[in-house]
Design a binder for this molecule. Sequence first.
Ligand SMILES: Nc1ncnc2c1ncn2[C@@H]1O[C@H](COP(=O)(O)OP(=O)(O)OP(=O)(O)O)[C@@H](O)[C@H]1O
Ligand SMILES: [Mg+2]
Length: 254
Amino acid sequence: MKNVSVEYITKFFGEIQVLSDVSFVAQEGQFVTIVGPSGCGKTTLLRIIDGLENPDYGQVRIGERIVSGPAKECAFVFQADSLMPWRTVYDNAKLGMELRGLDIQEYKDRLMELLRLVGLAGFENHYPRQLSGGMRQRVNLARALAVDPDVLLMDEPFAALDAQTREIMQTELLRIWSTQRKTVVFITHQLDEAVYLADRVLVMGRKPGVIADDIDIPFDRPRELSLKRTEDFGKLVERIWGTIEGAIRETGGI
Ligand SMILES: Nc1ncnc2c1ncn2[C@@H]1O[C@H](COP(=O)(O)OP(=O)(O)OP(=O)(O)O)[C@@H](O)[C@H]1O
Ligand SMILES: [Mg+2]
């Protein structure tokens, strides 16, 4: 577990400024979610944290190390299904380990344990086409956790799932995170998902992307889904929605 320190990040694509002076520190083991209007630079920010993209100004530190190039401390879970169709669940889950040159034999027990943790025991030899959307995202999560990263970066991982599966995956993710404590930076468009999962929600404005609000989420853990129906929860969602709406209004529509 390490903290992620995002320091004065500014990013241009050509003439267009995408991020302006974005700074925050995700503490060790903290679950941070990021919301903001489409195009405000969330994915770009996550890619900069992961070292896949260079900022024009500012830096990212993971623990004490300044990120320059793909960060070995991080594992990324994408929205898009990134499973290889010709590989089984087990072989997909071990991919991250392979890419990092870890000895699969040595880690086989750990991989099986992780597949059990994400609820895929018994499906090791299935192919992606034999799985539901939720199960595929479980494989992606297992693949990310298999390299035992300090930091988990998740870019709208549940966006393609139906509402019910999505809620199941939210509680599952919290259960898994409670046993495999990682620093998490999680992007979502769904405000109730952002509040339900997080210790802290960062709300971004846009053109260029800035952090418009930084909200501590006070609810105890473990959290029940019924939390979403409480008044305090509704108030937080309302506050975030107000900030996003303001950002959209200021920059002229979607
Ligand atoms: N490689 C690139 N080259 C040029 N422009 C880019 C590149 N990547 C992103 N952009 C632009 O930067 C802006 C921010 O994109 P980004 O994908 O980070 O937004 P986002 O907040 O993740 O949006 P969404 O919520 O729709 O996923 C957009 O205007 C996008 O067109
Ligand atoms: Mg994005």
